[in-house]
Write a protein that binds this ligand. Structure first.
Ligand code: NAP
Length: 459
């Protein structure tokens, strides 16, 4: 039987933080009907300028409520307060970015042909369903919602079941900013009700950010109903350190990336591939960086790594570490589940890892770093590409032009940076290939994902 209550557990204490009644089938039906009607109005009666005002107001409300929202994320999924405040600021930025640029991105484009005149015009599609994860409870939602709303679509959110408070806060933020009733709605439902909603004729498209299994199931339902879909899934991002890299700087950036969001980021560095010449030097610097991390209460300003978001996720991460060890990995740092309440996991480093080991082949969604020794540059690139995923990656080298060539043409991912950690930015397209998903969010590509690019021509 489907759940009737969604419970948020504080991962620092293990105690219940809040609970929410699941929306009934009748409520969901009402929300979808309201959304369809509101979207038709929004698409046909508002200008880009009017939509832009609502998005700018949303940015203001986000900033005004930054402390409260950061506190909510700390309590629901353990994000350290400073990271929460930075996430709120990034959400305000993406709202302003699309508020300021959507009109240009979706302007009619004149094209030459044998006809006297031809254009591409961009029309909204309707209501877009977004199935979202808990790791960036606000950012993942705003990066879909800001372009969707500016394009004239409506948004409907099915958030991860452990962050319903954040989901309701987002609906409230849009309402306070003056967005019309029904244009952004949170559905408090468990995941087993998603496929039926995708099949509803009033749902135009679906976007999912989450794990591979969830992606497969959402894409299957979208395929069955011939709905456009976008998938932002997991990754096992390779960070390749070459012989001429600034090793201390590379170690600092690699550690910082691995520990982003307490290790729970899709684009955190997840495999550290270091050429033999500099392996020992990198190992020492990398360990020093990771040993300096402070695991603790997300409310404490000293904390750099909070608890994992849920104990079941922490336990499955530990089980991956155990399987990695059984397959020959050695634990160099961490590796033990601490006593006491909460979903804490220590910063952990594994060595003697290669293809066939779970720490190499699977996504490690937590503060666990496998160190991988490569014979030389070619071997390092081959190891980087030996993955079913293809989200992000990075190359560290003193020769930035060579790094650019490797990033652009040798490493198979949707994002590859040189001497920097991969980070999302409203101005840069974002997405993966392979089992990391398909489609692009952010930039002009993101806003053009859920629009009808229509050809209009005159004889
Ligand atoms: P998850 O378990 O897949 O959940 C994500 C969302 O999908 C939740 O709302 C979940 O609802 C829902 N869901 C789960 N199974 C479903 C199904 N069979 N049908 C429909 N919906 C389903 O992932 P997560 O643990 O929240 O997030 C971690 C994963 O997301 C990692 O793999 C990470 O790399 C990936 N991620 C990717 C990106 C990116 O941009 N590429 C960004 C962030 C995270 P319930 O909570 O109710 O189960």
């Amino acid at each position: 039987m489907s759940a009737t209550t969604l419970v948020s557990i504080n991962p620092t204490t293990g105690e219940e933080f809040d609970r929410f009644a699941v929306h009934t089938a009748a409520q969901v039906e009402q929300f979808i009907a309201e959304s369809a009607a509101a979207q038709r109005q929004w698409a046909t009666t508002t200008t880009f300028d009017e939509r832009s005002k609502v998005l700018h107001a949303t940015a203001k409300h986000l900033r005004k409520r930054s402390v409260e929202l950061a506190e909510l994320m700390a309590n629901e999924m353990g994000k350290p307060l400073a990271s929460g405040a930075a996430e709120v600021e990034k959400c305000a930025w993406v709202c302003e970015y699309y508020a300021d640029n959507a009109a240009d991105m979706l302007a009619d484009e004149e094209r030459s042909s044998d006809l006297s005149q031809a254009w591409t015009v961009y029309e909204p599609m309707g209501t877009v369903l977004a199935v979202m994860p808990w790791n960036f409870p606000l950012w993942q939602v705003f990066r879909f919602a800001a372009p969707a709303l500016m394009a004239g679509n409506a948004g409907m959110l099915k958030h991860a079941s452990n962050v319903s408070g954040s989901a309701m806060a987002i609906e409230d933020l849009f309402r306070s900013a003056g967005l019309g009733e029904g244009l952004f709605r949170t559905l408090l439902i468990p995941s087993d009700r998603v496929a039926a909603i995708i099949g509803d004729p009033r749902i135009a498209a679906v976007t999912l950010t989450g794990s591979e299994p969830a992606g497969r199931s959402v894409a299957e339902a979208a395929g069955r109903h011939l709905k456009p879909s976008l998938l932002e899934l997991g990754g096992s991002d390779p960070y390749v350190v070459l012989h001429d890299a600034d090793i201390d700087e590379a170690a600092r950036i690699c550690a910082d990336s691995r520990l982003t969001n307490s290790g729970q980021s899709c684009i955190a560095a997840k495999r550290f591939i270091v050429v033999d010449d500099v392996y020992d030097q990198f190992r020492a610097a990398f360990l020093a960086e990771l040993e300096a991390a402070v695991v603790g209460d997300p409310h404490d300003s000293e904390t750099t790594v909070g608890p994992q978001a849920r104990t079941d996720l922490r336990d499955s991460l530990h089980e991956q570490v155990e399987r990695a060890v059984e397959a020959g990995a050695e634990i160099v740092l961490g590796g033990n589940v601490p006593d006491g309440p909460g979903a804490f996991y220590p910063v952990t480093v594994l060595e003697n890892v290669g293809p066939g080991n779970p720490a190499f082949d699977e996504e490690l969604f937590g503060p666990v770093a496998p160190l991988i020794r490569a014979d030389d540059e070619e071997h390092a690139i081959a190891l980087a590409n030996d993955s079913s995923f293809g989200l992000g990656g990075a190359v560290f080298t003193g020769d930035t032009e060579r790094g650019r060539q490797i990033a652009a043409h040798r490493i198979r991912t949707g994002n590859c940076f040189v001497n920097a950690k991969v980070a999302s930015d409203p101005r840069l397209p974002f997405g993966g290939i392979g089992n990391s998903g398909y489609g692009r969010e952010l930039s002009e590509l993101g806003i053009r994902t859920f629009v009808n690019a229509k050809t209009v021509a005159i004889k």
